[in-house]
Design a protein around this ligand. Structure first.
Ligand SMILES: CCCCCCCC/C=C\CCCCCCCC(=O)SCCNC(=O)CCNC(=O)[C@H](O)C(C)(C)COP(=O)(O)OP(=O)(O)OC[C@H]1O[C@@H](n2cnc3c(N)ncnc32)[C@H](O)[C@@H]1OP(=O)(O)O
Length: 211
């Protein structure tokens, strides 16, 4: 299996010491709960050098920054989308970025704990994934950011258990503000489920840590 993308590149790495004190589990690697659509799209993007897989951990600062932020108050914190032990139950996803085109895609398999309307994915779970993918892309391109505005239009429901594709690009950058449109479609990009725009503000690490 390719190990491309096993470190998180980009401007944030110049802000934070990017060393790992041990090998945490990378949740964006294939596991036995992935269905055929997840695997097919994973192989599709992972086999093309222009797309770089981003690793994904269940701790944010603790695992990604080594010992610097390893303090007691962080010990029980888990990343929202990676905090359920049972595979397949909730957010199974992998993010790939294309630096040249400043694009990002996420293959997302929505598990049974994410039900909203009967048999379909909850709108809050969809917005969580849009925030996660646009936020990851914004962080990759701009360093530390926070979501200032998320504008979402739900166009067609997503069947629970299905796999969808989130596609995100950089629209424009105005000073500290960056705008990222994002579409959620079926895996063949032939059906639009959701469209959104995320506005992200570049921040200092002090702001991020509540300073
Ligand atoms: C995320 C980084 C992680 C890094 C490290 C971890 C490694 C892992 C890597 C990657 C994974 C990432 C995946 C997850 C991502 C999830 C992201 C979230 O869900 S974030 C939580 C929800 N968001 C909040 O809680 C923000 C709360 N709001 C604030 O803190 C402030 O309002 C903030 C920072 C957004 C702006 O505050 P100000 O004081 O810095 O800036 P002001 O002066 O208010 O505004 C500056 C400019 O922006 C405009 N602006 C501000 N808010 C706006 C808004 N809502 N709509 C439109 N314009 C707005 C203003 O009008 C102003 O514009 P003019 O310069 O005058 O042109």
């Amino acid at each position: 299996m390719s190990q491309r993308g096993s470190s998180f590149p980009g401007p944030l790495s110049t802000v934070l010491p990017w060393s790992f004190s041990f090998q945490p589990r990378d949740f964006s690697l294939p596991n036995s709960s992935w269905g055929s659509d997840m695997r097919r799209l994973y192989e599709h993007y992972n086999s093309q050098w222009v797309w770089r897989r981003l690793p994904s951990y269940n701790r944010s600062l603790k695992y990604t920054t080594g010992t610097v932020w390893k303090v007691r108050s962080f010990s029980r914190r888990l990343v929202f989308t990676r905090n359920i032990r049972e595979q397949r139950a909730a957010f199974e996803y992998v993010v790939f970025v294309n630096k040249q085109e400043q694009k990002c895609v996420c293959v997302f398999q929505a598990g049974h704990l994410l039900e909203g309307p009967p048999g379909h994915v909850h709108g809050g779970a969809i917005s969580t994934m849009i925030d996660t993918v646009t936020g990851t892309h914004a962080t990759y391109l701009s360093g530390p950011v926070m979501t200032a505005n998320l504008n979402i239009n739900y166009r067609s429901p997503i069947p629970l258990g299905s796999t969808v594709l989130l596609t995100c690009s950089l629209d424009k950058k105005e000073g500290r503000k960056t705008f990222f449109p994002c579409q959620v479609t079926n895996t063949y990009s032939s059906k639009l489920h959701t469209e959104a725009t995320g506005l992200f503000l570049s921040i200092t690490m002090g702001h991020l840590l509540g300073g």
